[in-house]
Design a binder for this molecule. Structure first.
Ligand SMILES: *[C@@H]1O[C@H](CO)[C@@H](O)[C@H](O)[C@H]1NC(C)=O
Ligand SMILES: *[C@@H]1O[C@H](CO)[C@@H](O)[C@H](O)[C@H]1NC(C)=O
Ligand SMILES: *[C@@H]1O[C@H](CO)[C@@H](O)[C@H](O)[C@H]1NC(C)=O
Ligand SMILES: [Zn+2]
Length: 555
């Protein structure tokens, strides 16, 4: 009996092994497979009639089969594309997927974002060394440099003293980023963002500052900093390693690179810099075969093959919200991501690219959920473009957020209820409330008047300009301290299956790409193939003996 069980078990294992080898579903197939289920729920409104037991059983069985067929990609990541949705909390991901579905005429809840379909996901704990609820600077230092640090500081460990430039200039306090490690391995590097390229997230790849606000010398002057000895963020991007070597820099923030004696090409406003430095000209002279760009047409008409490096500054400050972006001057995040990848695909040793959907966060700060969700959908399109342009065999794509927000999806709205609408229920004050709201923020004023909750019955809560309700009056809604998600596909993506400290992410990227000074897949591979040989031979022997046994002793 025991023999029978073990031989049955062994034969099922073998069959499973063989079928996985022969009929193994690649990630691309898996992808397709899952999206077809969504097609079924198309056009179902409120009461989803085809969602009976047979439907749920078959969807779950397909998911289970896909999971059983899933195999980690044990290869080196030649390329890494790291997508950072700033402030893209888990509630934001859920809401974006419902919103995406509803925009396509579906109920929405069943919709999937591109990265929802990635094979591996995990949670990231975002607190910083001195903060329960983090900001984008200390978190960027964690996921890009692999070290947690103090809030509002970048590229330094927590020996930094906030706003004390002398601690910024101590070499021992400085931590380097995945971009520096990639450059040491002769990989191409680049950054793309919808915010200023000097803002905290992109600056995390190249800057070391005791205050994230020191984006130029003018900003530094408010803190009484000696701008001659204390490099601001824009200067560090143009003059220092690793920023000066970036092949791609795309985003906003033009005025931080321009002296106050020059005028902006779009707005005619003066530059911000007080030190007389024209950092755009400095970049141009350091990159004679590079191209400086200021418009969407510049970007789309770029001679990729004939251009060695690009600096695209499409706005004097942050780029406009997608929903409010009126002029042809503004490429979308997808447009920028595509060009960035085309540029970096010329690199023979591969590349590391950061793409930030930076204004998801800012729309939340403004208490404007619809804008935040539109930004999240643009972010998703950029992820889809990257997936389409690369191979999961050699490119690790990670999608995550730096921190959460106070944003919630609440009440008991019906299936398919307009996500931006009223939840369908009343508060104890007999007034309706919205499905989306914030714990704090500027929406306080649209929530309360004269000490009472405002009646929203005839208010268009779906308007672009609507501020979702908040309980605490704060001009800028705050971040949240809950975990954020990590989604991954490609080589070593399977190292994201758990609840991790955020700084782990940088170490996984370095391991996968075989860069930096920690553990590397390439080292692990050469040692495991030496030591792994014996167990493999034993396994082959076992299978042969077992086969022979089955043939000889069949009863
Ligand atoms: C430009 O900056 C210089 C140096 O701080 C200052 O003297 C000058 O008034 C500024 N000009 C404008 C137009 O802001
Ligand atoms: C620019 O991006 C948008 C999506 O945001 C897309 O619809 C459009 O086709 C892109 N344009 C080009 C030329 O790639
Ligand atoms: C809310 O309304 C008050 C009173 O009108 C005003 O002083 C305050 O600035 C408003 N807050 C926001 C965030 O709009
Ligand atoms: Zn923020």
């Amino acid at each position: 009996m025991k023999l029978l069980i073990s031989s049955t078990l062994a034969s099922s294992l073998l069959l499973l092994f063989l079928s996985a080898e022969l009929f193994g579903v690649s990630n691309a197939d898996e992808y397709h497979h899952i999206s077809q289920h969504n097609a079924r729920s198309k056009n179902q409104r409120n009461r989803a009639v085809t969602e009976d037991a047979a439907y749920w059983k078959s969807t779950a069985q397909s998911l289970l089969q896909a999971e059983l067929n899933k195999k980690p990609i044990e290869a080196q990541a030649k390329n890494i594309i790291f997508f950072l949705g700033d402030g893209m909390s888990i509630a934001t991901v859920t809401a974006a997927r419902i919103y995406k579905g509803q925009k396509a005429g579906k109920t929405g809840e069943e919709e999937q974002l591109t990265f929802d379909k990635f094979p591996y996901s995990a949670l990231s704990r975002t607190y910083c060394t001195d903060a329960q609820v983090a900001d984008s600077a200390c978190t960027a230092t964690a996921y890009l440099c692999g070290v947690k640090t103090d809030i509002d500081t970048l590229g330094l460990d927590n020996n930094v003293v906030y706003k004390d430039c002398s601690t910024q200039n101590v070499a021992a306090n400085r931590v380097s980023s995945i971009m520096a490690w990639a450059q040491d391995a002769n990989k191409g590097t680049g950054i793309v963002t919808t915010t200023k390229v000097t803002h905290a997230t992109p600056a995390g790849t190249y800057a070391h500052v005791a205050n994230r606000d020191w984006e130029d010398d003018y900003a530094q002057s408010f803190d009484g900093v000696d701008t001659a000895t204390c490099d601001d963020i824009a200067e560090q991007l143009v003059f220092n390693n690793p920023g000066k070597n970036f092949k791609v820099i795309l985003g906003g923030g033009r005025s931080y690179f321009m002296p106050n004696t020059t005028t902006d090409i779009e707005t005619g406003a003066k530059g911000r810099r007080r030190d007389g430095k024209n950092l755009i000209d400095e970049w141009k002279s350091a990159h004679p075969t590079g191209k400086y760009m200021t418009s969407r047409d510049d970007l789309l008409n770029l001679d990729v093959a004939g251009t060695d490096a690009i600096l695209g500054l499409f706005s004097p400050a942050h780029m406009e919200y997608f929903l409010e972006s009126s002029t042809a001057n503004n490429p979308t995040l997808e447009n920028m991501t595509r060009t960035a990848i085309q540029m970096l695909q010329k690199e023979t040793n591969g590349y590391v690219l950061l793409v930030e959907g930076g204004r998801i966060d800012q729309a939340h700060h403004d208490g404007r959920a619809k804008l935040a969700l539109e930004e999240a959908l643009q972010f998703d399109l950029a992820v889809a473009a990257a997936l389409e342009m690369t191979s999961t065999d050699d490119t690790l794509i990670i999608v995550t957020a730096d921190h959460s927000h106070t944003f919630t999806i609440n009440g008991y709205p019906d299936r398919g209820n307009n996500l931006l609408g009223l939840s369908g229920d009343m508060g104890e004050d007999d007034k309706p409330y919205t499905t989306l709201s914030y714990a704090n923020g500027p929406g306080y004023n649209t929530t309360f008047a004269n000490g009472e909750r405002i009646d929203l019955t005839n208010v268009d809560t779906t308007a672009d300009s609507y501020l979702q309700p908040s309980a605490v009056p704060i001009g800028s809604e705050t971040h949240g301290g809950d975990d954020v998600a990590i989604f991954a596909i490609g080589p070593q993506a399977h190292l994201f299956q758990g609840v991790y400290e955020q700084h782990y992410i940088a170490h996984v990227m370095a391991y996968a790409a075989c860069v930096g000074d920690g553990l590397k897949f390439c080292d692990a591979k050469s040692s495991s193939s030496r030591h792994g040989a014996v167990p493999l031979i034993m396994l082959v022997q076992f299978v042969l003996v077992w086969f022979a046994g089955r043939l000889l002793f069949r009863s």
